[in-house]
Design a protein around this ligand. Sequence first.
Ligand SMILES: [Zn+2]
Length: 156
Amino acid sequence: MTAASIRRASMDAIVAQAEREFPFECCGFIIGHDSVEKVRPIANIQNAMHAKDPAAFPRDARTAFLMDPKQHLAVMNELDRRKLALRVVYHSHPNHDAYFSTTDRAQACSFDPSEPDYPDTVYIVLSIRSAKFAKAAAFAWDPEKKEFTETPLTIE
Ligand SMILES: [Zn+2]
């Protein structure tokens, strides 16, 4: 099982972002290696897509997120350039619990439903209630069960 461990500064940054972007879902990445850990917030473009094409994007950003593709790509390029690992994909659930939904699973396995896009990456979900942080939970891919399962989240 992949254990989830992030630094206090990273946790504080993603909680602050999630509270700031309430009542909408926030999203982003935590990247790093042994001695470096960086938070890379990504804009959630779900509201813009919903406004443009509500049939294709029936949910707005209160219950969904879609990462800005340019910002997403910039982080992928940064990983390459700086030889960093994609440690965490995070997003928030405004006024919902910190669980890994079927939509979250589908998004995490966008290329192949039996394999995540990033099998070694931990997924953190933040529950935000009335603009205040309530709970965080981490989920990691279990290759035997072929499912995401909750894993302890350690804040260093
Ligand atoms: Zn979710």
